[in-house]
Design a protein around this ligand. Structure first.
Ligand SMILES: [Fe+2]
Length: 207
């Protein structure tokens, strides 16, 4: 293998990574302030039926507050729950493209600026703050579309696994797009909550 070949291989490996750090950054102090403000207005909805998981929706279908309640906060996913390895679908399909209205109660926070900035660059579906409690995990599952992550509160033991690869995403204002079309999981092995802003991205293609 010559140098040119190996460089090409390294480049293509980077392009095909299931964790893609984006060329955009936000202010982590402002993100944390915004998160704290939102939490003062509305606590995490812990009634979603998924243990140790909770969410707050930042956008909705215009004029439709029901679009950010119950199963619509979760959305469809596929999982292999038992020893048969047979895939099953859970929850309801969401028309992500209809989620175009930022929730009025949070318009005064930095998240509105973040939402507007992201909307210039990506076609977004639902945008949520997702809470992962300490020492907890999601199911092994796949989603209908890629997801954009902005870590707000995290710790070294909060890790996402896609297929066979694990990645910690630091809370430093950086933005990641993850290939949630492949089987994945996220766990929080720390002793503090993990909070990410997570957006469904409708126009992002992985190789
Ligand atoms: Fe997922």
């Amino acid at each position: 293998m010559n140098n040119v070949t190996s460089l090409t291989e390294i480049k293509s490996a980077k392009i095909s990574s299931d964790f893609q750090k984006q060329d955009i950054n936000f202010d982590i102090a402002k993100l944390r302030n915004a998160c704290n403000e939102v939490l003062k207005i509305k606590g995490f909805d812990t009634s979603l039926g998924i243990p140790h998981f909770a969410a707050i929706s930042l956008n909705q279908i215009p004029g439709d507050p029901d679009s950010i309640k119950g199963s619509k906060v979760r959305g469809v996913y596929w999982t292999k729950p038992d020893s048969t390895g047979v895939e099953v679908s859970r929850d309801v399909k969401i028309d992500e493209s209809k989620y175009t209205e930022f929730v009025k109660d949070f318009e005064h926070t930095y998240f509105k600026e973040v939402y507007d900035e992201l909307s210039k660059k990506y076609k977004l579906g639902r945008v949520r703050l997702l809470l992962k409690e300490p020492r907890s995990t999601l199911s092994w599952h796949r989603d209908p579309e890629p997801r954009l992550h902005i870590p707000i509160y995290t710790n070294p033991g909060a890790i996402m696994v896609i297929d066979k690869r694990a990645q910690h995403m630091p809370a430093d204002g950086s933005v990641w797009v993850t290939n949630n079309l492949k089987y994945h999981n996220a766990f929080n092995g720390g002793e503090e909550n993990r909070v990410h802003l997570v957006a469904c991205v409708l126009d992002y293609k992985f190789n």
